[in-house]
Design a protein. Structure first.
Lengths: 269, 229
C-alpha cells in the first residue's frame, strides 16, 4: 500500500500558522517525521490564501521549496486551484510529482490535465463532477469514465491515475460505507492499471472513537482493492494495520515487510 | 390524559422513533407506538395541535440539542430525532394550514458558488424543519444570482449560506452585496455557517448571525425570530 502522508495541510491550524510565519523548521521537521515513519509520498497543501490567489501561490511556492529541501520523497501538490498547482509545480524539482487533484468537472479537467501531461505527473482523480459527491456508485463511475476519456485524449496512461472513490460520513447515511467499497471494486475491474487511493478520516465524521472506525474501514477497503492511502503516518496503529492489510491481501511475500516492521518494534496492536 | 400523550411524543422524539417498527436509543422499544402513531392518536383525542408542536415535538428537540451539546448524543442520534419530528410535521402541516396557525417562517438555504460541500447545510435544513420552519434548499455550488432571485421570489424571513472552503467563504459577502444592490437586504435576516466561518467573519461581511453547528444555527434563527416579534 502506497502511504501518502497527509500532515502538511493548511486545514490543520498549526500548519497554517507555521506557513503564515514562514516557520521553516517546524514544517521541515514535520516532513522528515512523516518520511521516517514510512510515508512514500508527502502531500503538500498550503491552503487557499484566505481567498487571495496571489497569497495562495506565494505560500504554495515557499512551502514546496521547504519540503523538497527537507526530504527525498516524491511530493503531492495538493490544491483546489489549477493556478496554484501550475505555479507550485514550477518550483518542484522532483521527477514525478503527484497532482492532487482533478475531478470530472470540465473546467478542472481542461485546466489541470494538460499540466499532468506536460510534467509526466501522476494524478489523483476524484470520482465526482460539478454537482458534488454523487451518493450513488453508478454516478461516481460515470465521473471516472469522463476523467479517463479526457486523460486518454492527452496520452496520459491509466497507471498514472489514482482514483479516489470518495467517502461520505456513515453518521449521515449508513449506506455510504458500501457505496465507497463497491466503487473501489468497480474501478478495480474497469481500470486494472489505475490505482485506487482513499482518505481515511471522512467515514467517521460525527461518531465517537473515530480512529477505530477509520482503521476498520481501511481493512475493508484493502480487501475491495485499495492500493494507496492518505493518512497520518505518525499514527502507529494505522501504519501497523497498513502492513497487516498488505499481508492479508497477499501483497507481502513471505510476510517479510510485516515481520521486518515487527522486529524493528514498529507493529503496535 | 392529553398531558401524558404529549409526554410520550416528547419521549419518542428523544428516542428518535418515527414509527412502532423503530428501535429507540434505548433497547426494547420496538413494537411500542412511535412519534407518527402517537401524533395521530393525540389528534383523535383532541389534543391541541399547538401543544403537540411546541410541547411535544419542539420540547423533545430542545432536549436532543442539549444532549448533543453535552456529547451524550452523536450526529446519527440527532438525525433520527429530527426525522421523527419531520414525519410528524408532514401529518400536522395540512391541519396547521387549515386552522390558520402560521409557520415560524421560511428559510432559504444554499452552499455558495464553487463549493460542493452540503453535509453541514443538509443537517441545518433537517434541524430547521424539525424546529417548525419551512425550508427551501437551493443545493450546493449555487450562483449568487440564483440566490438573489430566490430571495426576490420567495420572500423568505431568513437566508442561510454555507461554505466549507476558505476560497469560497468570500462568496458569502458577494451574495450580501448583491442583495444590497438589488434592494433586497432588508427582506430577511442572513445567517452563515461552515468550517472556516466565524462570528467575527459574519459581522465583518454584514450578516445577521452565525451558527457553529446545526443546533446553534437553529438557536440563532429562533433568537432573531423572537427579536422580530
Amino acid at each position: 500500500m502506497l502511504v501518502i502522508g497527509e500532515n502538511i495541510n493548511a486545514s490543520n491550524s498549526k500548519v497554517a500558522e507555521a506557513i503564515a510565519n514562514r516557520d521553516e523548521e517546524f514544517l521541515a521537521h514535520l516532513a522528515k517525521a512523516q518520511a521516517s515513519a514510512g510515508a512514500n509520498v508527502i502531500d503538500v497543501n498550503a491552503g487557499s490564501g484566505h481567498g487571495s490567489l496571489e497569497r495562495a501561490i506565494a505560500d504554495g511556492k515557499w512551502l514546496i521549496q521547504v519540503v523538497q529541501a527537507a526530504v527525498d520523497k516524491p511530493l503531492a501538490i495538493d490544491s483546489d486551484s489549477a493556478e496554484v498547482i501550475k505555479a507550485v509545480l514550477k518550483e518542484y524539482t522532483g521527477e514525478r510529482p503527484l497532482i492532487n487533484s482533478i475531478t470530472a468537472e470540465p473546467e478542472r479537467l481542461e485546466s489541470i490535465a494538460p499540466v499532468v501531461a506536460e510534467r509526466e505527473a501522476s494524478v489523483v482523480a476524484l470520482a465526482m463532477g460539478a454537482e458534488g459527491i454523487p451518493p450513488k456508485v453508478e454516478d461516481r463511475l460515470a465521473a471516472c469514465e469522463r476523467i479517463m476519456e479526457h486523460l486518454a485524449g492527452l496520452d496520459i496512461e491509466p497507471k498514472r491515475v489514482l482514483f479516489d472513490p470518495l467517502v461520505l460520513p456513515i453518521a449521515v447515511d449508513t449506506s455510504q460505507g458500501m457505496v465507497t467499497l463497491r466503487t473501489i471494486e468497480e474501478i478495480r475491474s474497469r481500470y486494472p492499471d489505475a490505482g485506487v487511493v482513499m482518505g481515511l478520516s471522512n467515514i467517521s465524521y460525527g461518531l465517537p472513537k473515530r480512529k477505530l472506525v477509520n482503521r476498520a474501514f481501511l481493512l475493508m477497503a484493502a480487501y475491495a482493492g485499495l492500493d494507496a492511502v492518505i493518512v497520518d503516518p505518525l499514527d502507529t496503529k494505522a501504519m501497523s494495520l497498513i502492513k497487516v492489510a498488505d499481508m492479508l491481501t497477499g501483497k507481502d511475500p513471505s510476510c517479510r515487510a510485516y515481520l521486518r516492521a515487527h522486529r524493528k518494534g514498529d507493529i503496535v496492536d | 390524559m392529553p398531558e401524558n400523550m404529549i409526554d410520550q411524543i416528547r419521549e419518542n422524539v428523544i428516542q428518535g422513533r418515527v414509527s412502532s417498527d423503530d428501535e429507540g436509543m434505548e433497547e426494547g422499544m420496538a413494537g411500542q407506538p412511535g412519534v407518527t402513531e402517537l401524533v395521530e392518536q393525540a389528534l383523535e383525542s383532541g389534543v391541541p395541535i399547538r401543544d403537540i408542536v411546541s410541547k411535544g415535538l419542539s420540547g423533545g428537540m430542545d432536549i436532543v440539542g442539549k444532549k448533543f451539546e453535552a456529547g451524550e448524543y452523536f450526529i446519527p442520534d440527532m438525525l433520527a430525532s429530527a426525522e421523527a419530528v419531520g414525519a410528524a410535521m408532514d401529518i400536522l402541516q395540512p391541519r396547521l394550514a387549515k386552522s390558520g396557525i402560521k409557520t415560524k417562517g421560511t428559510v432559504i438555504v444554499a452552499t455558495v458558488k464553487d463549493d460542493l460541500h452540503d453535509i453541514g447545510k443538509n443537517i441545518v435544513t433537517i434541524l430547521l424543519r424539525g424546529a417548525g420552519y419551512v425550508v427551501k434548499d437551493l443545493g450546493n455550488n449555487i450562483d449568487t444570482q440564483v440566490i438573489v432571485d430566490a430571495v426576490r421570489d420567495e420572500k423568505p424571513e431568513f437566508l442561510g449560506l454555507s461554505a466549507l472552503l476558505t476560497s469560497t467563504m468570500a462568496r458569502m459577502e458577494d451574495v450580501i452585496r448583491s442583495l444590497e444592490e438589488n434592494g433586497l437586504r432588508e427582506q430577511g435576516k442572513i445567517i452563515i455557517g461552515g468550517a472556516p466561518v466565524s462570528d467575527e467573519f459574519a459581522r465583518s461581511i454584514g450578516a445577521d448571525g452565525y451558527g457553529a453547528d446545526g443546533f446553534q444555527a437553529v438557536a440563532v434563527v429562533e433568537a432573531l425570530t423572537a427579536e422580530e416579534t
